[in-house]
Design a protein. Structure first.
Length: 118
């Protein structure tokens, strides 16, 4: 659990060319595991937060540990729930967390009635 959040820090091409292939693999993974409902990754943000720690030996201080979360914004075809929507966060975290060097990955879904497959 988290006790303090820091506002998201937006990645604007901070992955560079070295992670371009990884983001393409991520999109393919999302498309395949969402039954084709996710069609685009529209943004990637990193959020740093303080994780809850255990009480220190003198009971006055808490050890401070920061964690980072990658938030992936996805564009979907429709707002209907797809097969793996409830576990897709955990699946993406299990596969890509070491590649992006983060503690966890969360997905945000954006639906639009004007969404097309350009």
């Amino acid at each position: 659990m988290c006790n303090m959040f820091v506002p998201p820090i937006s990645y604007v091409n901070s992955f560079g060319d070295s992670h371009h292939k990884m983001t393409n693999l991520l999109l393919k993974f999302l498309k395949r595991n969402s039954d084709g409902n996710i069609i685009q990754v529209t943004g990637i943000r990193k959020q740093i937060y303080l994780a809850e720690g255990k009480l220190g030996s003198n009971f006055n201080t808490l050890p401070i540990q920061t964690c980072d979360r990658l938030i992936i914004e996805c564009r979907c075809i429709n707002g209907l729930s797809f097969g793996n929507s409830d576990v897709l966060d955990r699946m993406v975290t299990a596969v890509f967390k070491n590649a992006f060097d983060v503690s966890e990955i969360k997905l945000e879904y954006h639906y639009s009635m004007y969404c097309s497959r350009d």
